[in-house]
Design a protein around this ligand. Structure first.
Ligand SMILES: [Zn+2]
Length: 337
């Protein structure tokens, strides 16, 4: 019973932070993931990134509060670790040094062999990063139904947008009853086939490796903030009105440090009776900072005219975070110096 109360307290604390940081309004404005680092910065808790070997992260409570996160993992794990440490801070815990067991499901299952504070910090992290309302918002935006959640590709795309790992996203979907147990177990089994999923998504492009994630973006992502890693790949699929002379312009990709690898068109249905042409573009991130890009569907001979359609994205493919203080805190320190 006590552990249930602890978990409830943790979930309520995550909700309190969402209210304080206006997370729902920010999601409405296009932020797909909960800005856990922004929360730590705003709460004046220093976040230090270090190449920790045996730890994912730590929370320090004396003499001042501080959080350490490993640089040896990808962004979703850095984000989960930071959320777990923020949990320790928000729940008034003592210092904690966290190994990779915080990523295991056992801690979510509230097993009694674990320190209740760790169970509580994990419950907080899950409630903070993948609340049911955020999952619902992504489903509405993408037009995904509950049935679609049985598709590992959909769950993978949801995980990228929420900035959570594939398995953490499966746990969150099961916990909010988005999927039943058989579907949940099937989805988890697919996690070791992620490479194959990525390979299929980037087809016909063959990247030199598939370490990065593959984002499939459509018109439904217009206005979204995309936060990924320096080796991620974008697959942009948009409807192109080429029979009326319109062409999508993707010049801004270069501005964001993205290299175009494939550019093709495919039609669906008979073009003479109103069939649809899809433009498919594959671009690879080669290390880039935050950048706003704007794609426009225009008639090339009327380049200065109003576009038929446009798509704006805020792209940040600078992850994972590297050694040192969080960039915002580093900059603030330099301003003081
Ligand atoms: Zn911990």
């Amino acid at each position: 019973m006590a552990i249930r109360d602890d978990i409830l307290t943790a979930v309520l604390e995550a909700k309190r932070l969402h209210n304080r940081f206006d997370s729902k309004s920010r999601a409405d404005l296009g932020e797909g993931r909960i800005d856990v680092f922004g929360m730590l910065v705003d709460m004046d808790i220093p976040v230090l990134f270090r190449p920790l070997k045996n730890l994912l992260g730590a929370y320090i409570d004396e003499p001042d509060r501080g959080v350490i996160v490993t640089t040896r993992r990808r962004l979703p794990v850095q984000r989960f670790t930071a959320a777990h440490e923020l949990g320790h801070a928000s729940l008034g815990h003592k210092a904690s040094f966290d190994k990779k067991q915080i990523l295991t499901r056992a801690l979510f299952d509230h097993e009694s062999r674990f320190d209740p504070r760790e169970v509580q910090a994990n419950a907080f992290a899950a409630a903070l990063l993948s609340p049911p309302w955020l999952i619902k918002r992504h489903m509405e935006r993408q037009g995904w139904s509950r049935n679609d959640l049985a598709d590992p590709v959909v769950v993978y795309q949801l995980s990228l947008r929420m900035g959570t790992s594939y398995s953490a996203t499966c746990h969150a979907l099961f916990d909010c009853k988005g999927v039943d147990r058989p579907t949940y177990e099937k989805l988890l089994q697919t996690s070791n086939k992620k490479r194959l999923i990525k390979k299929t998504l980037v087809d016909p492009y063959v990247p030199s490796n598939l370490y990065g994630d593959v984002w499939v973006l459509t018109e439904r992502d217009n206005g979204a903030s995309i936060e990924g890693c320096h080796n991620d790949i974008l697959v942009i699929k948009v409807h192109e009105h080429s029979s009326s002379g319109y062409v999508w312009q993707f010049d801004d990709l270069a501005k964001a440090g993205l290299l175009i690898r494939e550019d093709s068109r495919a039609s669906e249905g008979n073009l003479h009776i109103g069939g649809v042409v899809y433009r498919k573009l594959i671009a690879e991130a080669k290390g880039s900072g935050t950048c706003r890009v704007s794609f426009r569907e225009i008639r090339p001979w009327q380049a200065s005219g109003a576009p038929l359609n446009s798509m704006n994205l805020d792209i940040d493919f600078s992850g994972p975070l590297t050694s040192g203080l969080h960039p915002v805190q580093r900059e603030a320190l330099l301003e003081v110096a």
